[in-house]
Design a protein around this ligand. Sequence first.
Ligand code: CA
Ligand code: ZN
Length: 300
Amino acid sequence: MIHFVSKEDHIFKFSPKGSPALTVNPGTSIRLETMDCFSNQIRKPEDRMEEVDWDKINPATGPVYITGARKGDSLKVKVEEIKIDDQAVMLTGKDLGVLGHKLEGLHSRVLPIKEGKVIFDHKTAFEVAPMIGVIGVAPEDKEINCGTPGVHGGNMDTSLIRENAVVYLPVWVEGGLLAAGDLHAVMGDGEVCVSGAEVAGEVQLNVALVKDLELPTPLVENEQLLAVIYSDESLDEAVAGSVEIMEELIGARTGLSTADIVMILSAGGRVSISQVVDPLKTARCEIPKWILDNYGFSLY
Ligand code: CA
Ligand code: ZN
């Protein structure tokens, strides 16, 4: 059985006091209907960004309470399907994104999605590569708006979070209180203009619980690699944090020395930028699974 949560059940803050839209047992699949990051306020090219209600940014559908989840556990969230609407919207403007200092006013584009392509103009269409921008759980002791990433997940804008990926989210409060939204039809690493191809849709997640897997920050795994996702004030700090947490994860599970691990990461791993435009910056440290297999690494 697949449980459904409609877009009417959404939050703008991940909060330890959030009241659940749904309660499920671990191992359940849930389907979340999601609005785009502007709460679907821009639907036509004539819709003016100036009239957008900025209090309604980055809605996440949920939260979902997972029975038995406690601090010190992790949710293991498999992205089973991402279904997207047939149009996306992009936005940039003054003081937004990496080049906000060169822009005046607000600029938006409504992009049709046809036959697996996001049509930018008559010359350029991008292959759709749907991903989840916001996925997270309630933080332990404060509310965090859905536009900000952190160790609770949130607005990580990490392009690896797509169909068939598995996201591990550390649980901070009872039940976890999982929510997700901010789908992108496609997004380049960095998200330099401040938005991806923002799109409404539905996301189906299988939510398992790994008892006593205590993680300091979210991870994402796919067939090829494992990545540590870490957000901090600066990109330098985000990179350093992601590498250090990866080193600790590998060290604790293999007995390899710090010097060996960092050499392995330096030769065969990869540091990637998730986004540089949110209140905290997000980087990730990736390692191919074949290397982990060589040392008998198992996450739990
Ligand atoms: Ca986002
Ligand atoms: Zn977005």
